[in-house]
Design a protein around this ligand. Sequence first.
Ligand code: SF4
Length: 409
Amino acid sequence: MTPPELRYEAAEKRLNVYIHIPFCIKKCSFCYIPVLPAQHVPWSNYLAALKLEASRRAPRFAAGGALVETLYLGGGTPSLLAPGLLAELVGHIRDLLPFGDSATLSMEVHPGPHGLALFQDHLAAGLNRLVICAQTFDSGRLARLGRTHTGEEAAACLKRARQTGFAHLGCELMWGYPDARPLDMAADFSRAVSEGATEVSFQWFNVNPKGFLPDPREQDRLWTMFSLMKEAAVRLGFRQVGAQSFAAAGAAHRHHAINGPGLATTPYGKVLGLGWGAMSHLGGCMESHSGSMDRYLQDPGAGHLAQSIPSDELVWGAFTYGLTVLRSVPGAWMEGPFRQAANGSMLATTEAWQEAGLIQADPQGGMVLTLRGEALLDAYLHASGTSNRGGANPLGPPGGGPDSLPCPG
Ligand code: SF4
């Protein structure tokens, strides 16, 4: 059975819509996302399939009183969409589903030599937030990562998006490169802010194979780098809104349910994923597409798969989501179902993490990350292996239990 406290959001009306554009000009060396080369994209066919999928799936949410809080175009490289197609797509979703007054409509932008006109088109299409996927402002490092843009182009994109009038402007950065110097992370943070970013989030650049933690010296190096970046964030007036994400003081900030660990298992809100390769999380149920792009283009419903999420995975997803996004796992979440999860292996995990100095109890009986935990949690999660469903590794997630909720038809 799904723990009752993890089920309450299933009845929620808030809806997050994720649209996947799985095409890229070139595959970056660090990327694990399945993407297709943009050179051969049948854009109008893909848009037609997306719109058909949305037309088929959205009505049940509209009929149930759903209100869209966030629309997020990710990828892949959604900024490759021609302005006319982007506006058509956003308009189509808006026709199908009611949006809240303060809804954020975001898109990831791959930096390049973009002029002001491109950002004006994004604004005209109805978007009110952009996320510039800069990764770093160090052009040499970008080249080594296989990125197609320079650091200066990333900075110019932030500046132009801001000039265009995007009040909500995110910047996505990576950190923890093996050759990084202690102040590199802080320098990238400061540069993003000076170019106009109102939100900055980091992803850890992993070099360790699954199953192996960075050695103690490497852990200390990561921690030092992270601490220096946090000092810079405080100096610049940014507040921490997630384990590795920050927002300008006074800037509106809304977490996107599609982001962060627990992507598919978070009990927070519902995510309707549209497009080839997109995942939906709908109250304990995960939906996705299987099959080739050709199959999707022929019939976007043909490879549609729905499966319930095992209750142990829900508990694990809620725990990591609480730690990283909410910045606290409420005490109530750590009661019965948590203790029972995977025959007690969740308890073993928390004990091991407490011993490693990653998490600590908060006064309300919940759990929070320590500063060390904020810096190193990604490394521990990666080392534990999210695919470890056996529960044998005390640092890892619990094994899968029986299926919990039946999926809606
Ligand atoms: S542009 Fe983004 S999605 Fe595409 S390969 Fe690079 S990191 Fe992956």
